[in-house]
Design a protein. Structure first.
Length: 148
């Protein structure tokens, strides 16, 4: 009779063992998913452009015109050229298009550019490209954008 009583006890121990192992694996997987990526719009902030910087740049909507150009197409881009360095251009791909007003959204169809005053958080892009040393590429989470 003691063997009969031990069988349910073994099943209970096995069940809890499997339960603990499964729980551990599930929690480990969730931890990996919660990690912050090192590039892209969800990555950590590299630097911030404060509103007080009063930067004026140009915003445009980039469409794929060249079949060989697959670099961040169908996105809004901001270009800012430093005042004392005409070669120093910062190209920023907008992450949060929801902040853009209708006048800016119309650039998708009309192909024009607008002068804007902007501020935001810069983040590392995932797809690196080679350009001259004075040109940078970043993602930007806009905190403010005003058409000039």
């Amino acid at each position: 009779m003691s063997k009969i009583l031990r069988a349910p006890k073994r099943l209970t121990i096995r069940f809890f063992s499997y339960f603990l192992i499964t729980s551990f694996l599930v929690l480990s997987c969730q931890k990996d998913q919660d990690e912050i990526p090192d590039c892209g719009c969800d990555s950590t902030i590299r630097t911030t452009i404060p509103e007080s910087a009063n930067l004026i740049g140009k915003i445009a909507y980039k469409k794929q015109l060249d079949p060989n150009d697959n670099y961040y197409n169908n996105k809004f881009w901001i270009a800012y050229t430093e005042q004392n360095c005409s070669n120093c251009v910062h190209k920023m791909i907008v992450c949060n298009e929801g902040i853009l007003n209708q006048q800016i959204l119309n650039l998708k169809s009309n192909g024009q550019t607008l002068n804007i005053k902007f501020s935001g958080h810069l983040k590392e892009i995932c797809e690196k490209t080679f350009d001259i040393a004075d040109v940078t590429y970043e993602n930007i989470i806009l905190t403010k954008i005003i058409v000039q």
